[in-house]
Design a protein around this ligand. Sequence first.
Ligand code: F6P
Length: 341
Amino acid sequence: MRIGVLTGGGDCPGLNAVIRAVVRKGVKEYGHEFVGFRDGWKGPLENYTMELNLETTRGILPRGGTILGSSRTNPFKIENGVERIKQNLADQGIDALIAIGGEDTLGVATKLDALGVKVIGVPKTIDNDLNNTDYTFGFDTSVNIAVEAIDRLHTTAESHHRALIVEVMGRHAGWIALHAGIAGGAACILIPEVKFSVDKVCEWVESRFKSSYAPIIVIAEGAIPQDGDMITKDSELDSFGHVKLSGIGEWLAKQIEEKTGKEARTSVLGHIQRGGTPTAFDRVLATRFGLQAITAASEGDWGKMVALHGTDIVRVPLASATEKLKTVPIERYKESEIFFG
Ligand code: F6P
């Protein structure tokens, strides 16, 4: 078979590990040929390709980002987008596609599958918010980066008697904030799923100061105050209708300073959370996803996404990945509240 591979959406540590595993097993075990489509859905849309073989995928396992490049291109928002993709796949002699991505990329893959394109999905996102998989690769790396930042911020917080706020990624799901906050011993964790009270946050801040310890607050970029709205960077929407977030940490710091009189400062981790080498956990998960994806393709099991259920890599309907967002269950969040303040 001749198989196209693409990576779409935000880059994520582990993408290269998936590509490597797909190509390695695909060539060595099944004798497939591969075409790398560049920059997400832009690749098949514009016939923008690169060679993908054993040589071009050597040495990429520990590399962050994606050798294929990525973009947030939505072919369903482009005139004749789907027809162009189908034509380009036919011209290139491509039998099937392996699409590695999150909500948006796999949403497009699901629609293309319904339109007759043979596709297998691989779940990727640092946000860990894709449905029907216990974890996505990239999440563990980003949590570890955030925890390292929290550990480092503790020393400044204590030396300067400041409240320090760490703003992490997570538009609608607070998984990164929750895990990083628990692992980093945060004075409170604020996630998009549960609106927060500024007064309660100030109480926790003051109680931590009373115990001669400086508070670290972990807040997801999509967290919302009880009496306010989500804070966005600007009003521009991408082709999947997302706004750019960031700013809630700064906003909260001002509120804390006004209400407690303590100095409060914010660090926004931003793309640092997606950068650099994947953790060993993510390398293994991404590799296992890649191996299962190429096996599924070789067996012609189209319209499936590979997924982690417990410790097993299984195949689930592609459509189930984006059926709903996997947000933090309230009980999970509540477990962490015992450590607040
Ligand atoms: O979906 C992954 C993610 O990192 C989100 O957590 C974040 O809101 C978004 O991407 C940022 O995207 P971009 O880098 O395109 O601004």
